[in-house]
Design a protein around this ligand. Structure first.
Ligand code: GAR
Length: 226
C-alpha cells in the first residue's frame, strides 16, 4: 500500500512545521490559530500571512501579531493579472519564508492545478459546513435556507475542486430557528478555532497519510480513525 505523509515531514514543538496562512478578509481564524500556537507548545507555527486583498482587517491582525504579510491582489492598475502571475508572486513569498504547509483560512480564491501540483499534500482548508453539504462561498446562507438543524465545519485537503478535497475532520454545530448568517457564522467559528490547531497538530506529528484508499488519520494508539 503506497503512503504519503501529509505535510511532508514529522515536526516537533522545537522544530515546528512552518505554515503560511492565506486569508481574504477578517482573519479571525488566523488570529485564533496563531494564539493557539503561541500559548500551547504545538509542532507548527505561522511564519507568513498571505492575502489576495489589500486593506482587510486580517492584515491589521497580522501586523498586531508581529507577523510578516504578503498582499498579492489579482487586479493591478484596474486590470486582472493572470492566474500564473498571481501565483508566481505567492510562490516566491512562500520560498522566501521557507513555508512547508499552506493553511487556507477564509481564502476565497481557487488555487490552480499547477500550484496544487507543486504543493501536493501540503494545502489544507477549513470550510464552514459539514462537507460535502453546502460547499461554496455562501455556506451559512445555504444552510439557513435548507432548514437543516445541524451544520458545522470541515478541515480538508485542497484539490482542484471547490471544497472537494479529502476530509480530515469535522465538527457539528446546531442551527437555531432564530439564527441569521452572522449568529450562525459566529457559532461555527468558535468550533473552527478549536478544530484547526488540532488538525494541524495531527499533520505536523506525522499522523495523517494519503494512501491509495484515501486519507488515514492515526490516533495515539496508532489506530486509523478515519
Ligand atoms: C471562516 O468561517 C471560514 O471557514 C470561511 O470563511 C470564514 C473566514 O473567517 N471559509 C470559507 O467559506 C471557504 N469556503 P475569518 O476571516 O474571520 O477567519
Amino acid at each position: 500500500m503506497g503512503s504519503n505523509l501529509v505535510g511532508g515531514r514529522v515536526a516537533t514543538p522545537t522544530t515546528p512545521l512552518r505554515c503560511a496562512v492565506f486569508i481574504s478578509g477578517s482573519g479571525s481564524g488566523m488570529e485564533a490559530l496563531v494564539n493557539a500556537q503561541r500559548s500551547r507548545r504545538l509542532p507548527h507555527e505561522t511564519v507568513l500571512v498571505v492575502s489576495n486583498k489589500a486593506n482587510v482587517p486580517g492584515l491589521e491582525r497580522a501586523s498586531r501579531l508581529g507577523l510578516p504579510s504578503l498582499v498579492v491582489e489579482h487586479r493591478r492598475n484596474g486590470e486582472n493579472i493572470s492566474r500564473e502571475e498571481h501565483e508566481l508572486e505567492i510562490l516566491k513569498g512562500l520560498a522566501d519564508h521557507d513555508v512547508e504547509l499552506i493553511v487556507l483560512a477564509g481564502y476565497m480564491r481557487l488555487l490552480s492545478p499547477v500550484f496544487l501540483n507543486e504543493w501536493h499534500h501540503r494545502v489544507v482548508n477549513i470550510h464552514p459546513s459539514l462537507l460535502p453539504h453546502f460547499p461554496g462561498g455562501h455556506a451559512h446562507r445555504d444552510v439557513l435556507s435548507s432548514k437543516t438543524s445541524i451544520t458545522g465545519c470541515t478541515v480538508h485537503l485542497v484539490d482542484e475542486g471547490m471544497d472537494t478535497g479529502a476530509v480530515l475532520a469535522q465538527r457539528a454545530v446546531p442551527v437555531f430557528e432564530s439564527d441569521d448568517e452572522i449568529s450562525l457564522s459566529d457559532r461555527v467559528k468558535v468550533e473552527e478555532h478549536r478544530l484547526y490547531p488540532d488538525v494541524l497538530t495531527w499533520i505536523a506529528e506525522g499522523r495523517v497519510h494519503l494512501t491509495e484508499e484515501g486519507v488515514h488519520v492515526q490516533d495515539e494508539t496508532d489506530r486509523f480513525v478515519c
